[in-house]
Design a protein around this ligand. Structure first.
Ligand code: CS2
Length: 520
């Protein structure tokens, strides 16, 4: 059987099913027509994470009887939407189980997809924003997507700038078209993401109102608390870039559309996403224009406090700090798989140290969730999942945007509890990041660092720290005071001496990373 994902695939879903693929249980063409007429959900940021989390939630709701899907929009690289359209916006979500088997599902919940950089795409998405039926916009634009540059603001409404000004421009169109309420939902991976999105959007709207490029009433509409809301969220599903091994496993089931292309702007594109079995989406239930029946999609709804706690539990304690510690040490030690790293006893000890020893004592406990059990699942099942092709190199991207979120809150809490000076694993992870930034691996060979918007600036600031010269670790001291990077001034917190001591051992020369980890 040869299974091809294309415009005709909807007529051959039974063939996919016969080959062991999960398939949509709803009439996809009817869903697309209903969505075109009554759009309710726009998603901005068409990456793998969207495909493995949001699109799956939408498909579950559709399977359970909901009638409209997601309108997908992407701002930067046209190749992303071209890739989606090449398979008629259908794709396979491959869940990699811990026993090595795979569970593939054809996902059809994307009703339309648009490149915001094209005239047609921008026009259609603007029309959707003008529609009173639109209830929510979700975003996955990564941590750095929330940085609004002065040039972005100065440029005024339009699609030329980053994600936030583009969103503000679309909201301006909605305001002008009758100002129906809307929920703007950040589903990026940091605490208080609703607050951060609100701050970024409001900054742009206020600046535009101040110099007459948007009505003052637009800025107040966004801020009145009931017309536009900014719910907080907790999102969780480890989603590596599409891997050739998963493509081969899908091909063995008969799928022909398994080609992976490397796009010019970085990152592979495919007609499938690969992800883990576990997923969480927790949303603050604050939708002023109504919302889809998220409960039927497996989403947990709660108040801001509950969502904030769930998010901090995951992002600041039980998952992401472990990931970042593994990412930088993994790149230094030459690993390319997270699962393999979990079989290394030194690394496993570090993971337990960061999460259980130093994280859990100050963790936030959300109602109905048990942080210790969550952490245990991460360490025992999720990170060691052998089928999940996750790489330290993926997680090491944009670390400058992540360290403050992932370690800062825990350090602040230890400061408050008087225990900051006894921290060792978190300072080690920070020292390992600085060691990573030198772009020399533990063999002493140069390696290519993952992308990060601050690489050039960091190189300059850390120019005094040199591989093979342990004493130069002290040259990082000034950098460690930067709370905009670390979420806290590490010198004032009393943590800097430990970071510098670790960095000094990591600088000894080839083999220093391994021996520092071993002797910790
Ligand atoms: C990872 C996350 O890229 C990263 O920094 O730590 O993408 C992680 O996989 C997700 O937060 C899991 O929910």
């Amino acid at each position: 059987m040869s299974l091809v994902l294309d415009a005709g695939a909807l007529d051959r879903l039974d063939e996919f099913e016969a080959a062991g693929f999960g398939v949509p249980r709803y009439n996809v063409r009817a869903m697309r027509a209903a969505t075109a007429e009554r759009p309710s959900w726009v998603h901005l940021g068409a990456g793998n994470f969207f495909r493995s989390l949001h699109a799956v939630v939408a498909q579950r709701m559709l399977d359970a009887g909901h009638d409209t899907g997601v309108i997908l929009a992407n701002l930067r690289d046209p190749a992303v939407i071209e890739n989606s359209r090449a398979t008629d916006d259908l794709f396979v979500n491959a869940v990699m189980r811990e026993d090595g088997s795979l569970e593939p599902t054809v996902i059809a919940s994307v009703a339309e997809s648009h490149h915001l950089g094209s005239d047609a795409g921008w026009a259609r998405v603007t029309e959707v924003f003008e529609s009173p039926s639109l209830q929510l916009v979700t975003l996955t634009v990564t941590e750095k997507g929330y940085i609004v540059s002065d040039e972005d603001v100065a440029r005024g409404p339009g699609r030329a700038g980053g994600a936030i000004p583009a969103l503000a421009s679309l909201l301006l169109a909605r305001f002008a078209a009758g100002a129906a309420p809307i929920a703007l939902v950040s589903t990026d991976n940091f605490s208080d993401n609703g607050e951060r999105l609100a701050t970024a959007v409001n900054r742009v709207a206020e600046a535009w109102a101040a110099d007459g490029r948007a009505p003052a009433a637009f800025a107040s509409w966004l801020q009145d608390g009931s017309s536009a809301t900014f719910p907080s969220t907790m999102v969780d599903r480890i989603t590596p870039a599409p891997s050739p091994a998963v493509g081969e496993a899908l091909a063995a089931l008969g799928l022909e559309t398994t080609r992976i292309t490397e796009r010019a702007s970085g990152g592979p594109l495919a007609a499938f996403s690969n992800t883990e079995p576990v997923s969480y989406l927790v949303l603050e239930d604050d939708f002023p224009n109504g919302r889809p029946p998220f409960e039927s999609g497996g989403v947990v709804l709660g108040d801001r406090e509950t969502v904030g706690r769930a998010d901090r539990m995951k992002v600041c304690t039980c998952l992401n700090p472990l990931h970042t510690a593994m990412a930088v040490t993994g790149c230094l030690l030459g690993f390319t798989r997270i699962a393999e790293m979990m079989r290394d006893s030194d690394i496993r000890r570090m993971v337990v140290g960061v999460g259980a020893v130093e994280g859990l004592p100050v963790v936030d406990t959300p109602e109905g969730m048990d942080p210790a059990a969550f952490l245990r699942e991460v360490i025992e099942k999720r990170l060691p999942n052998p089928g999940l092709p996750d790489a330290p190199q993926r997680i090491a991207s944009d670390t400058s945007q992540k360290v403050g979120i992932r370690f800062g809150e825990t350090i602040r809490r230890h400061v408050a509890a008087g225990s900051a000076q006894s921290l060792t694993w978190i300072p080690f992870a920070i020292a390992a990041w600085i060691r990573y930034l030198l772009a020399v691996d533990d063999q002493g060979a140069p390696f290519e660092r993952s992308p990060d918007p601050l690489l050039a600036e960091l190189d300059e600031r850390l120019a005094g720290v040199r591989f093979g010269e342990p004493r130069t670790a002290t040259a990082a001291r000034e950098f460690l005071t930067d709370a905009s990077i670390f979420g806290v001034d590490l010198v004032a917190a009393g943590v800097a001496p430990t970071v510098i001591a670790h960095l000094s051992s990591l600088l000894h020369g080839p083999g220093a990373v391994r021996s520092a980890l071993f002797s910790l």
